[in-house]
Ligand binder design. Structure first.
Ligand code: UN1
Length: 551
């Protein structure tokens, strides 16, 4: 189509069979008709229904129309995953790892285009999208080699001429459901270890990032992934996502891996629990960051500011309660507010140097505006923030035309105490709550007082305080003199309490979530030897030393 600017990834996507839509897109960006990928083949939804993907930083930029998948489509994807399982699970793990390595190399080759596509589809900054695609690459490179390990053990038997072994076995068909805030790294955290262990997947892409998900799934196939190992279905959480969960009750799913809200996670946990099906649940957070007087305050301000407002506060690991020791409270808040007031916000595809872009979608914006109302209702004092940015209501650091997208002011609420709802609720947007602590013990108490336990952090130069925080906090992740965000791709990621069910993503730990241990004994003696009963008895020798005479 003349005049349309195609980047490499878009050419790639189009070569895969997508077609242009006639759309009057601004900036001559392409708009496509997208598909599910089932058994390696492009597929429409069974009833032809579609939904749109829109750029939240430029709302009349339509990326395309995608299948609104039905139960029939989800069932077809599950059929394909089941059919592919025997051959894929029998493929040597090093070969599976090699394909995963190819995925990493292809992501590197197409990184710049994927970064732009991701920024266009969910409004995160180019810098952050770059970090995220890198996280997906790191995951592939880590698990490429894991395919050459995936160790089991040889274990000594208590009986002669008998050997014991352990093997890691795949679980079967995995249902993958992720949120759109980390639409590359998080599905890779899930699917890469899943397929490395020999499982097959049905991936329900996030409703707000279908084109990026399509591009990633194509790259996975281009890397040499056999058809049916990963099947992609687009649609809504309440539609295709729910059909995938319902399939657990039908006995068609062996694992669900979900990243999203605690409410949905609990529902999934119930369905999986009653079917004895394994599930990995990465849920919400109200991540605390404690600032102590001995901290380097400049450094602490940087960390708190980034943790609160980077990604427009839309990370699971974003800062929630900023807990500041009373002795440095005024000084710290003054420094922090200087930064908050000068925050640069805008569409990163158009403006360099912005700290954060739009909200992930209109829906995220709406939910955020609702939840922050709670702060003032609870009696917190608003230090900064006026809701949605418009041409008549914008902070000095906003660049661009506000009405083009869904942009939010940064919000800071002070005077928050443990008895307020806003102390306990995740806000998932650019808003932090300031809490004053009397001393270290009080700070630690406050850090533990929310119903969540995902990430946490402390700024202190007192080693004993750092130690006591590390041992006293109940959280899956803790930063010392660092922000609450930015977990690396080879450390275990996950939470406790309301933040998850204790499973972990990333590194070697995630392998537990996608495999089971199979214990095998090989009886070589040619006879029946009974464990515990036919074991040689050892006679203890009477003590020759008269201990009683020595005292
Ligand atoms: C998420 O928000 O779901 O630790 C993932 C971090 C990122 C991943 C966040 N590496 O902030």
């Amino acid at each position: 189509m003349e005049g349309i600017e195609l980047d490499c990834i878009m050419v790639h996507v189009l070569e895969a069979g997508l077609t242009f839509l006639e759309a009057n897109n601004p900036k001559n960006r392409p708009s496509v008709k997208g598909f599910n990928i089932i058994n390696g083949q492009l597929a429409d939804s069974s009833d032809g229904a579609t939904f749109e993907s829109r750029n939240p930083a430029l709302l009349n930029d339509v990326l395309g129309a995608f299948p609104l998948s039905t139960k029939v489509d989800v069932d077809a994807a599950l059929d394909a995953a089941h059919a592919a399982f025997p051959a894929w699970s029998a493929t040597p793990a090093p070969t599976r790892g090699q394909i995963i390595g190819n995925m990493g190399r292809l992501l590197m080759e197409h990184k710049d285009d994927l970064v732009r596509l991701q920024a266009r589809e969910i409004g995160k900054t180019l810098k952050e999208c770059g970090g995220e695609i890198q996280e997906a690459i790191d995951t592939c490179l880590f698990f490429q080699s894991e395919g050459r390990r995936l160790y089991g053990q040889t274990v000594n038997s208590e009986l002669p001429d008998k050997e014991l072994f352990t093997y890691r076995r795949p679980l079967g068909v995995c249902g993958i459901i992720n949120a759109c805030n980390f639409p590359s790294a998080v599905p890779f955290w899930k699917m890469i270890p899943a397929i490395m262990c020999g499982n097959t997947c049905v991936w329900k892409s996030p409703q707000d990032s279908p084109l990026l998900s399509f591009a990633l799934a194509r790259i996975m196939h281009q890397a040499g992934l056999p058809d049916g190992v990963i099947n992609l279905v687009h649609g809504k959480g309440s539609g295709a996502g729910q059909h995938l969960i319902n399939a657990v009750d039908e006995g068609r799913v062996n694992k669900i891996s979900f990243t999203g809200s605690t409410a949905v996670g609990k529902m999934i946990g119930e369905v999986c629990g009653r079917n004895l099906v394994s599930c990995s649940l990465e849920l919400g957070g109200k991540n605390p960051l404690v600032i102590m007087p001995s901290a380097n305050l400049e450094n602490a301000v940087e960390g708190a500011y980034w943790a609160g407002f980077g990604t427009a506060g839309q990370r699971c690991t974003s800062l929630g309660n900023l807990i500041i020791h009373k002795d440095i409270y005024d000084e710290f808040v003054a420094k922090l507010m200087d930064k908050v007031r000068s925050t640069l916000i805008g569409d990163s595809l158009e403006h360099e140097g912005v700290l954060y872009g739009s909200m992930l979608s209109e829906k995220y914006a709406k939910d955020f505006l609702e939840v922050i109302q709670m702060c003032e209702q609870d009696g917190a004092t608003k230090l900064f923030g006026e809701g949605r940015i418009t041409s008549d209501n914008k902070p000095s650091g906003f660049v661009g035309t506000a009405e083009d997208g869904v942009f939010m002011w940064p919000h800071v609420y002070a005077g928050v105490t443990e008895d307020m709802r806003c102390f306990h609720e995740e806000m998932f947007g650019p808003a932090i709550t300031l809490v004053k602590a009397d001393d270290f013990e009080h700070g630690l108490h406050l850090a533990n007082a929310s119903p969540y336990g995902l990430s946490s952090a402390i700024y202190t130069n007192d080693r004993l305080e750092a130690y006591r925080f590390k041992t006293g906090i109940k959280a899956g992740m803790t930063g010392i003199n660092n922000s609450t965000t930015g977990a690396e791709a080879h450390l275990p990621f996950g939470g406790v309490k309301g933040s998850g069910n204790g499973t972990r993503e990333s590194g070697i730990w995630v392998i537990e979530a996608y495999s089971y241990w199979h214990a095998v004994n090989d009886e070589l003696s040619g006879k029946l030897q009974l464990a515990q009963m036919d074991v040689d008895e050892i006679e203890m020798v009477e003590a020759e030393v008269r201990w009683d005479e020595l005292v």
